[in-house]
Design a binder for this molecule. Structure first.
Ligand SMILES: NC(=O)c1ccc[n+]([C@@H]2O[C@H](COP(=O)([O-])OP(=O)(O)OC[C@H]3O[C@@H](n4cnc5c(N)ncnc54)[C@H](O)[C@@H]3O)[C@@H](O)[C@H]2O)c1
Length: 344
């Protein structure tokens, strides 16, 4: 079978993780990498023995590339994806899908018009433990869910935000601790709990010199009747954990850093398997993330292309967390309850 040729755009922090993930997938072949900064593209290409570009549209001209992995700043994702779709390439898009709903929708629409697959990256959905939490809730094992929340106490230094001009800006980061870091756990919460009816939020910038929030709290009402909360910060030294807890009338579960740390189901106490997380990945160091989950996420998108099916995380799925975070920002800015779906 002919391998699926992959090109990667963006060779900064996460691009190399995509490159290594692609190289682990038998059905895929890394063909080229691209970065506007020549030294980054050249260095990664030389390490991996592939071609490099500084001009993205030139890379898109290659016929041996069938899919492009977008690893550029968040507010460029839709523009990059639209160019790929128009060149007939499938798209792997890092989180968040983009930073406005207009751009997310344009990307989803143009991918469909050009009949290419659009797969989002939310690698934590591919951890066994995340799938178990989803299944427990979905199959009703926890009974009626009453309360579900995200608690992310992470740390990013001012030097992290100063490391590149796009970080901490509304235009290209799209937000702070929620749109960049918290988006993973907002996605998991929505995946597990289903849609949100309304949100009431407060956001603030407490310790960093950035445009966007570094601390946020939101109260949620889910469509299934449960209440919820999202608390997130990148100002809690040294970076503690990201935790999702779900309380139900027949059982409760706590997920922390890809491990289940508490699980009790009425009448099934002996079956509960809990584990301490080995490391609070990503809590202090943006690059301390296990590469294996990216490989699973990218593998699903490659298989979706081969099997001509939708990937597990479609553009519409990846859009959901962006919508909720934008609703949180709107609520905080207007000091009012915001109902979903958001309109623009
Ligand atoms: N899934 C995860 O765990 C995870 C982790 C880190 C970053 N990300 C996401 O990946 C994206 C990139 O983040 P990062 O931390 O790697 O950023 P980064 O700044 O380290 O890298 C981005 C790279 O894109 C390049 N670039 C920008 N515009 C370009 C253009 N027009 N053409 C070619 N290259 C261009 C920059 O030169 C830079 O090298 C962000 O959207 C971020 O949210 C996801």
């Amino acid at each position: 079978m002919e391998k699926i040729g992959v090109g990667i755009v963006g060779c900064g922090a996460i691009g190399p993780t995509h490159a290594r993930a692609v190289m682990e997938i038998e059905e895929a072949k890394l063909v080229a990498v691209c970065d506007a900064r020549e030294e980054r593209a050249r260095r990664l290409a030389e390490q991996l023995g592939v071609e490099w570009y500084t001009d993205y549209e030139k890379m898109l001209e290659r016929e041996d590339i069938q899919v492009v992995s977008i690893c550029t700043p968040s507010g460029t994702h839709a523009d990059m994806g639209i160019l790929a779709a128009k060149a007939g390439k499938h798209i792997i898009c890092e989180k968040p899908l983009d930073v406005t709903l207009e751009k997310c929708d344009a990307l989803i629409r143009v991918a469909k018009e050009n009949k290419v697959k659009l797969g989002g990256i939310f690698q934590h959905r591919f951890a066994e433990e995340s799938r178990l939490v989803k299944r427990l809730v979905e199959e009703g094992n926890l009974g009626k869910i009453v309360l579900a929340n995200v608690d992310m106490k992470w740390y990013r230094s001012q030097a992290y935000y100063d490391s590149d001009a796009w970080r901490g800006t509304w235009a290209l980061d799209g937000g702070g601790c929620l749109m960049n870091q918290g988006v993973h756990f907002v996605d998991l919460l929505l995946w597990i709990m289903g849609p949100v009816e309304w949100v009431r939020a407060e956001t603030t910038t407490l310790t960093h010199n950035i445009e966007v929030e570094d601390t946020a709290v939101a109260i949620l009402k889910f469509k299934n009747g449960a209440l919820g909360a999202i608390e997130a910060t990148t100002s809690a030294y040294p970076g503690v954990y990201a935790r999702i807890s779900v309380g139900g009338y027949k059982g409760s579960v706590v997920w922390e850093d890809d491990k289940i740390t508490f699980l009790k189901i009425e009448g099934k106490e002996e079956e509960a398997k809990v584990e301490k997380p080995a490391i609070a990945w990503g809590a202090s160091d943006p690059m301390a993330i296990p590469a294996g989950l990216h490989t699973r996420n990218i593998y699903d998108i490659i298989r979706a292309i081969i099997e001509d099916r939708e990937p597990l995380i479609t553009g519409e799925e990846a859009r959901k967390a962006v919508e909720l975070i934008l609703a949180i920002y709107k609520s905080a800015q207007r000091d009012e309850k915001v109902f979903l779906p958001l309109t623009y």
